[in-house]
Design a protein. Structure first.
Length: 101
């Protein structure tokens, strides 16, 4: 910025107004982004539920609890052997010692 373009004392109200306007724009943009994320999350959950209802036999409350426990016990999917059946996985969840599991 050249010396001639530097804000003058009389320009401070304009600069303050500009900063307020920019602050407001940033705040509004963040609010819109949060709302958009919320909308996408609701739609995603709805789609997941639709798939479970339409295609998911065996998604009763008990099995859904097992799915949640399995995710918590084995957050890295490849930590489980691919040869294990769902029954094997449920039995593994009954083992309380994490090292033994």
């Amino acid at each position: 910025m050249s010396k001639s373009a530097a804000p003058m004392v009389g320009d401070e109200p304009q600069l303050s107004g500009l900063l307020d306007a920019l602050h407001s724009l940033i705040h509004q943009g963040r609010q819109r982004a949060l709302r958009a994320v919320d909308i996408v999350q609701v739609h995603t959950c709805w789609e997941i539920e639709r798939h479970i209802v339409e295609f998911g036999k065996g998604f009763d409350p008990s099995n859904l609890r097992y799915v949640r426990l399995l995710d918590q016990a084995f957050p890295i999917r490849d930590a489980l052997r691919h040869e294990l059946s769902w029954t094997h996985c449920r039995h593994l969840l009954l083992v309380s010692d994490t090292t033994a599991r």
